[in-house]
Design a protein around this ligand. Sequence first.
Ligand code: PAU
Ligand code: NA
Length: 589
Amino acid sequence: MGHFAVADYVIFAVLLAASMGIGLYHALSGGRQRTTQEFLMADRSMRCLPVSLSLIASFQSAVAIIGVPAEIYTHGTQYWFIGCAYILGLLIPAHVFIPVLYRLRLSSTYQYLEMRFSKAVRICGTLTFIFQTVIYMGLCVYTPAFALNAVTGFELWGAVLATGLVCTLYTTMGGLKAVIWTDVFQTVVMFAGQLAVIVVGVQQTGGVSEVWRKVREGNRISALDLNPDPTERHTFWTLGVGGIFLMLSLYGVNQAQVQRYLSARTEKEAVRSCYMVFPSLQLALALSCVMGLVMFARYCGEDHSDKLGTSSKDMVVYFVMDMLQGLPGLPGLFIACLFSAALSTISSAFNSLATVTMEDLIKPHFPTMTEARATLLSKVLAMSYGLLCLAMAYLTHLMGDSVLQVALKIFGMVGGPILGLFCLGMFFPWANSTGALAGLGAGLALAFWVGIGSIVTRSSSTRPLPPCRAVLLSDNMTTAIHAALLNVTLSRPSGLKRFYSLSYMWYSAFNCFTVILIGLIISFLTGPMKEEDVTPGTVYPLLGKLLCFLPEHLKKKLCCVTPLGHTVSKTVNGLHKKISPQRRYIKHV
Ligand SMILES: CC(C)(CO)[C@@H](O)C(=O)NCCC(=O)O
Ligand code: NA
């Protein structure tokens, strides 16, 4: 194992060289990255195709490429139902979050929190985002390096350093334009690598019908699970409904994504790019699920017990390398696929971290800073986060667990409360700054209580399907014993343990609602926001219409305010600071 041909090294080198080349090109063309507008916002001139490919690349890393097939292999296709969440999970960002955020002409999403609430809320939001992204980034750079090391003996820290440094370099040189265009290229490589594995795997198994027969026999095609139990890890409800909130926290309010929407040349182009994410994200999901099925068909029908000894973390890469052995170029393509996925994610992380640090934490304190100095500082920031990423990879090295679950837990634990903060601001005009701060605090506290509780007590109701060899045993006794054992070890947890075993797919929704609920209670206790104090354009413009079913007196009580519709928010656009004393509202009564 692990014999790379010259072609493999060439393909991997081409990936790194092309990414560097794109970075260099954008460092030397256009405005040569001399303004923060260009470095952080791509001059707000992007078209929808590159933006949409870049949007899917941000959160599709080697974690998903390795983690999803491993999930399908061991638990069947239930996870695939997360595709249902993509519908509302993308329609809501396109028609609720993008209109509000785009029209405010922000640079950082957290600027919204200052306009709507106060500076303190903005800073807390920014720090929470930085925390989330720095941890996630370590996971992303570590995962492919670890898998590669386990299977081919490739130097672990060498791979981590190479990815971290290459990515830091092109991100620092070429700014957001380079990040977006390398994302486009890397997404194509990612799809190509997965497709190659599927084609080779199907061929080696003996055709599509043979694959189908084997996965049916192994019970890997899951039926729709409508079990309402919220502690059940993957059901239609946790994936299809809880997943919507996960998608909203990623595609609606996450800085990495909002920055891409804002870099689009028009609002329409931003909305269109969000729509175009749907088919590409379904394709990405389908490719990784099918890859898991093909691997099951290829390796579980036969006795490969010696190979199954490897842990699930590196199982996928092990199987892939085994399948692609002796096909020069293809192992290299798959490695390039893994690293493309990782690079495109950490480059977004570096750039978005540099943006929020600059816009939210530094610029407000140095209003007179020259553009040249601000740009230089942004580059230094992008580079420092690159180096921090290497340190975070070491921290991930110390963690266990399935990488996909870790990533989804981080998204829910930290992304959920941030989503709650934005929802509180956009949909509840009477929420005030104290309420927002208290809500965020409570949301994060509860999130970490459940999250860390579940890690410490290891309470997640995972019900692995019988391993391959058990399937082959026709002995009914063995199956019965197996089932009995599963029931004993997975008897219903009680008390706090039951609370800790909440499915991580619910984390985003649960934490978002905590923030909204506590935020509203504290707001009403401390005196709700008065309609004339709410900055125009920060409340969802159609909120008044959405609430039309409420009785008049109730609407009045909730002081539902909406800026005077689209025409006003357009004139207010960008000028809101200058005209802020003069506020125009209509009251929906
Ligand atoms: C974000 C989702 C859920 C969208 O399908 C998916 O891309 C995913 O499972 N990502 C895992 C995290 C990662 O790949 O880094
Ligand atoms: Na990626």
